[in-house]
Design a protein around this ligand. Structure first.
Ligand code: BEZ
Ligand code: FE
Length: 296
């Protein structure tokens, strides 16, 4: 007769054994590993019953904090570095077999403030629409890995304002500092917005409690988000980080990549590179995006 009871080690194999009839090989592999690591974690820390219950209460609170605007579990994943790990694994997969080639633009986390359906605007538009912040001219090119310009590539852009607040977080709720912009025949893009500043991830919920208990701050360095895509190429979801921003070395969600840190050069009032007359000081940020061809 098989054993009816298990000890602290044999229990793990018994639980994994119950997957014997599972028909989905990938799900079976993922669940087997999850059970193995979860059990080993409990043994490693010699998990106490009250601690286990506190964890259940914490996850319950995360669930209760979620609604159609807030996703506390993604925030949990972000602040534990899991989201960035998944981004890095995806990126490495897309790069397989391309070692030694010119590197593509690095990906980073999407975050919770993406809003589908931003307006399509012409090259050179000011997407800031009066939000607080110092003006910044963003420009560069979108190319493939050989440097060939990609005409009609789409930049879907969003950022917080110069006070570290996203439009979604303001009471009036209208879209601001968001746009979809397409590159010209030479793969060039340029548009005006503001230089974004650092801000805290939403920390008024259970994840905020966890961060404080860990002795961590909730801040992200100043950045602008972009989803850059072109037919026949992998889309990259990324940011450009402001070079002299606080928290570059301690981003609460581990999203910083050296290659994405950009100089926001300060310029005196005058005629800017795009020929517009600026009566206030402004910044210029230049970045060329490189996309990975599909199926290469
Ligand atoms: C953001 O950059 O918008 C963000 C990313 C992860 C968590 C919270 C905010
Ligand atoms: Fe952000």
């Amino acid at each position: 007769m098989p054993a009816l009871e298990y000890d602290t080690l044999s229990l793990t194999d018994a639980v994994i054994g119950r997957l014997a009839e599972c028909q989905d090989p990938r799900f079976k592999a993922v669940m087997t590993s999850l059970i193995k690591h979860l059990h080993q974690f409990a043994r490693d820390v010699d998990l106490k019953a009250p601690e286990w219950f506190a964890a259940i209460e914490f996850l319950t609170a995360c669930g209760k904090a979620c609604d159609d605007k807030r996703q506390e579990f993604i925030l949990l994943s972000d602040t534990l570095g899991l989201s960035m790990l998944v981004v890095a694994l995806e990126h490495a997969r897309a790069l397989q077999g391309r070692q030694g080639a010119t590197p593509p633009t690095d990906a980073t986390v999407q975050g919770p403030f993406y809003w589908e359906g931003a307006p399509d605007v012409a090259l050179g538009s000011d997407i800031a629409q009066g939000i607080p912040g110092e003006p910044a001219l963003y420009s560069g090119r979108v190319t493939d890995l050989e440097g060939k310009p990609l005409e009609g590539a789409l930049l879907d852009v969003w950022s917080g304002d110069g006070e570290g607040v996203y439009d979604m977080q303001r009471a009036d709720g209208g879209m601001r500092a968001r746009a979809r912009i397409r590159t010209d025949h030479e793969g060039r893009y340029w548009f005006w917005s503001i230089r974004p500043t650092f801000y805290p991830v939403p920390d008024d919920g259970p994840v905020g409690v966890m961060l404080r208990k860990m002795g961590r701050h909730p801040n992200r360095p100043g950045h602008i988000h972009m989803k850059v895509s072109a037919p026949g190429h992998h889309m990259v979801t990324t940011h450009l980080f402001v070079k002299d921003s606080p928290y570059l070395d301690s981003d609460a969600v581990f999203g910083v990549r050296d290659s994405l840190v950009v100089d926001f050069e300060k310029c005196a009032p005058g005629v800017a590179m795009d020929g517009t007359k600026q009566d206030k000081p402004y910044h210029v940020a230049h970045y060329d995006f490189r996309l990975i061809p599909e199926g290469a």
